[in-house]
Design a protein around this ligand. Structure first.
Ligand SMILES: Cc1cc2nc3c(=O)[nH]c(=O)nc-3n(C[C@H](O)[C@H](O)[C@H](O)COP(=O)(O)OP(=O)(O)OC[C@H]3O[C@@H](n4cnc5c(N)ncnc54)[C@H](O)[C@@H]3O)c2cc1C
Length: 350
């Protein structure tokens, strides 16, 4: 069982920054995320877009901000359980929690911070009758490990950045890449469209538009798909079918945890510490709601900061926390001299 002080559900910007604020208070964090990589909406929905309202950055790329957050928290050595969705939560008699994922991984924590954003992202699936049968048997909704496709024949469908970018990337990995899109125009970034076109001209990508995959074939696993184009149907042999139609956020399993929910968000006490109706469970960032709530990255950072103070007070009854600026106390990662940092940051008074 994984042990930690604060278990953070969600590796978006709010969850990542929580590790930093908790680290200053010498609280250890572990993060669970259903996606294969950290960054939440920034990585999944708009990695290449510039953000203009992060204090101190006139402009920062979404992916760059995530990289910087990861760099900033490295010193506090957070643990990660990626690619797994937090499914159930049990509150133990001593007030601690056990959170179990859809893959059975158990995490024991003194406090839980739900930083689940818009909820767990679930892939949008094409309306193909038997697609469920082929999941994990050649149908993949994410490219988690590109090596899976080495020297294989793959069909990707979709018209957004994911479909374009993975087609470009996998053109050097797979034996054959076919990109199918139901329109002639793509929604993705222009430079990605140009790259696909270039690879098509070089014979490295087989581009078929406007067309749709309408059925999947194979006995025990995917052996081919049927394409419909101009009312005509063609069979295309392949080892993998990768529909990349984007992700839809759903509150998911968290909706069944006994938390007070309002309009798909978790109600919290914003006058104090962003705690939910269950003591010891906090909700921060896009996933929470309170009067005046704004779904902005900087609001998530603020909420994470106040929440960590509350967890510290809860875990250290009788000790008083004295705020010290990082410019004064410096930052001591978990490698460094813990005692010194504790002396500098926290003054215990009975
Ligand atoms: C196109 C676009 C542009 C934007 N531009 C700006 C901008 O310019 N400035 C700004 O401030 N904000 C912007 N936003 C909003 C900003 O992205 C969000 O406010 C921010 O991502 C919220 O961060 P978060 O960490 O709370 O949640 P998220 O980024 O949504 O991350 C939540 C994470 O939790 C995970 N998760 C949820 N449930 C579970 C579960 N049960 N188990 C495991 N993992 C789970 C999800 O997989 C996800 O990775 C933009 C949003 C979009 C879509």
């Amino acid at each position: 069982m994984i042990q930690t002080d604060i278990l953070i559900i969600g590796a978006g910007p709010t969850g990542l920054f929580t590790v930093f604020e908790a680290g200053l208070l010498k609280l250890k964090c572990h993060i669970i995320d259903g996606l294969p990589q950290p960054g939440g909406q920034l990585t999944e929905l708009y990695p290449k877009k510039p953000i203009f309202d992060i204090p101190g950055y006139p402009s920062v790329g979404a992916a760059e901000l995530v990289d910087n957050l990861m760099e900033q928290i490295k010193q506090f050595q957070p643990g990660f359980t990626l690619n797994e969705v937090a499914e159930t939560i049990d509150k133990l008699e001593d007030g601690t929690f056990v959170v179990t994922t859809n893959k059975g991984t158990k995490h024991h924590a003194k406090a839980v911070a739900i930083a689940g954003g818009l909820g767990s992202f679930e892939p949008r699936k094409p309306l193909i009758d038997n697609i469920g049968y082929y999941e994990d048997k050649g149908v993949e909704y994410f490219v988690k490990n590109p090596e899976l496709f080495r020297d294989k024949k793959i069909v990707i469908s979709g018209g957004g950045d994911s479909a374009l970018d993975w087609s470009v990337f996998l053109a050097d990995v797979a034996k054959e890449v076919t990109l199918v899109h139901r329109r002639n125009e793509f929604r993705g970034a222009l430079d990605s469209v140009e790259k696909v076109q270039h690879l098509k001209d070089q014979g490295k990508i087989n581009l078929i538009t406007p067309a749709e995959v309408i059925s999947i074939h194979g006995e025990d696993r995917v052996e081919g798909v049927t394409l419909e184009r101009d009312g005509q149907q063609d069979l295309l042999a392949c080892d993998y079918f990768i529909p990349l139609f984007g992700l839809t956020p759903k509150l998911g399993p968290i909706a069944n945890w006994g938390l007070e929910i309002e309009k798909n968000a978790i109600k919290v006490n914003n006058a104090l510490d962003y705690q939910t109706n269950i003591e010891g469970i906090y909700a921060i960032g896009d996933i929470n709601t309170y009067p005046g709530k704004l779904k902005l990255i900087l609001c998530g950072f603020h909420e994470a900061t106040l929440m960590c103070q509350s967890v510290y007070n809860r875990l250290n009854p009788g000790k008083k926390y004295v705020l010290k600026y990082t410019t004064v106390s410096g930052i001591d990662g978990f490698d460094g001299s813990r005692k010194e940092a504790e002396k500098a940051v926290v003054k215990a008074i009975d």
